[in-house]
Design a protein around this ligand. Structure first.
Ligand code: 1CP
Length: 326
């Protein structure tokens, strides 16, 4: 989950010396910070250090990481005419640094835990490309869906094409699972989710699996994290079976999710990142309840969104202890 490293002093030390995207683009540094939580905690998987915004960057948009704010795109897409500013990159060149970081990290992990590769989903990336950063309403991006439906599909398709190559490259480089972050799922009702999110999530899964098959490379499980999706949208995605794993945000009730989504899908989630500020005993207790409520099979324990930067390290230890003690 986003910002896994932010609350760690050893991550802050690296960040004090290097700009965010320099860490992403330098395989030795990206590998180093990917391994930091693995070396400190008893975790069961690692996620490659990068960011979802490396795709808009590869497509020609400038992205900066503003301290205390997050990603900023100073020249966002103002309207459909701006699509001409985008390039369709050769992913194996433009994002080679991510593949190199993955390969190096797989070697350094030496089988200790699996390595997850990831990408932002098309609608989520489109949101950042139009808003110029995070937004509490996504109003500009959402207006596109009504004002420019045709151009929206054109943009989403352009992004999808990059994502497919990007994910295939990550598996070739050594990623053992792939997670697709639809973090802006909050802003879509069921009709918009179906037309502008699910359509492309499905296409991504199908094309990635097909390309891997053609290259004689074994498929890897895929996780979709449609943050804020309604239960109906979650059902649409689950029934389709394009993704082996559905990530749930912290607003979804575990028992209800199992009931509605069935026992045949793997669920991932979903402790509220803010619950990490309660006492250690309470965190252990909440983590145990979470695991019991989801059930111990077909389940990946996680937070329900990115960890907050000032989360106490002792909270993370309590969370892991709780999860492993069920
Ligand atoms: O957990 C990890 O450290 C692994 C690497 C990782 C991942 C998986 C980072 C590093 N970012 C992400 C994914 C990511 N990035 C998502 C999808 C997951 C989610 O919904 O949280 C999103 C939406 C982003 C965009 C992003 N990057 C934001 C959110 C901005 C907003 O308000 O919408 C922020 C704050 C970042 C910065 C970032 N990315 C990663 C780190 C460690 C940080 C902190 C910045 C820093 O160190 O300066």
């Amino acid at each position: 989950m986003r910002q896994a490293g932010r609350y760690l002093p050893e991550f802050q030390e690296v960040r004090a010396q290097h700009d965010f995207f320099t860490v992403c683009q330098t395989p030795e540094l990206a590998c180093q910070v990917t391994l930091q939580p693995i070396e400190r905690f008893d975790l069961d998987a690692s996620i490659i250090f990068s960011d979802i915004l490396v795709i808009p960057q590869a497509m020609g948009l400038k992205v900066e990481m503003a301290p205390g704010i997050g990603p900023v795109l100073p020249q966002p897409l103002a309207g459909p005419n701006d699509l001409s500013r985008l390039v369709q990159p050769n992913v194996n060149e433009a994002l080679k640094y991510v593949g190199d970081a993955i390969t190096l990290t797989r070697h350094k992990l030496n089988g200790r835990v699996p390595l997850i590769g990831f990408t932002g989903a098309p609608w989520t990336l489109m949101g950042y490309m139009i808003q110029g950063g995070g937004s509490s309403t996504m109003a500009k991006a959402r207006s596109w869906l009504y004002k420019y439906p045709e151009e929206t599909h054109k943009l989403l398709q352009m992004i999808t094409d990059v994502i497919v190559d990007y994910l295939v490259m990550q598996v070739k480089a050594g990623a053992q699972l792939l997670q697709v972050f639809e973090s802006n799922g909050d802003y879509l009702n069921d009709a918009l989710f179906t037309n502008y999110s699910f359509k492309y999530l499905k296409q991504i899964s199908e094309r990635v699996r097909k390309q891997l098959k053609e290259a004689n490379i074994p498929e890897v499980p895929m996780i979709a994290f449609p943050k804020g999706a309604t239960m109906n949208s979650l059902k649409i995605l689950t029934m389709d079976q394009s993704y082996e794993v559905i990530g749930l945000d912290w607003t979804v009730d575990p028992i209800e999710a199992r009931k509605q989504l069935g026992a045949n899908v793997t669920l991932q989630g979903n402790m509220d990142p803010c619950a990490m500020y309660s006492s250690q005993d309470e965190i252990v207790d909440r983590a145990q309840k979470m695991v019991s409520n989801f059930g111990k099979t077909r389940y990946i324990a996680n937070l329900g969104h990115g960890i907050l930067p000032d989360t106490p390290i002792s909270s993370m230890e309590a969370f892991i202890k709780g999860v492993h003690s069920v």
